[in-house]
Design a protein around this ligand. Sequence first.
Ligand SMILES: [Zn+2]
Ligand SMILES: [Zn+2]
Length: 144
Amino acid sequence: MEPLQRLTRRQLEALRVIAARSDGGRGIPLNAIAAGLGVRPPSALAHLGPLEELGLIRRFRGKSFATPKGRLCLSEYLRHHRVAESLFARAGLSARATHAAALEVDMALSHRTVQQICEAEGHPSVCPHGNPISPCSPAGEGHR
Ligand SMILES: [Zn+2]
Ligand SMILES: [Zn+2]
């Protein structure tokens, strides 16, 4: 299974908070992660072990850092979410409804399925909200 498929929504949110605040090599302390998630530190702490085991973050001297693998996982997540939104938009859902619908599936889809949907949708460059969709694959197939 791909890392994204193994995460809970809360773990993904924790990864997002850590990545946003650990840019430039500066780590983020536990209390700041907890504040970013709106939970108590022990609840935030429970998310860090699984993220570290998957190699998405590393921890050093009480601070957490997003790894390149963690940042890649977040960009893959956005791609899954926005491709799913595009699919639901073409199925006739309003732009607002596509967001909620995409949240129901975006973490469960495999990259392969997202790629197939993206191809079937003609490789949309933006989601229904105008946010950019990154190209399908680095291997040359996909967006032209
Ligand atoms: Zn594509
Ligand atoms: Zn969107």
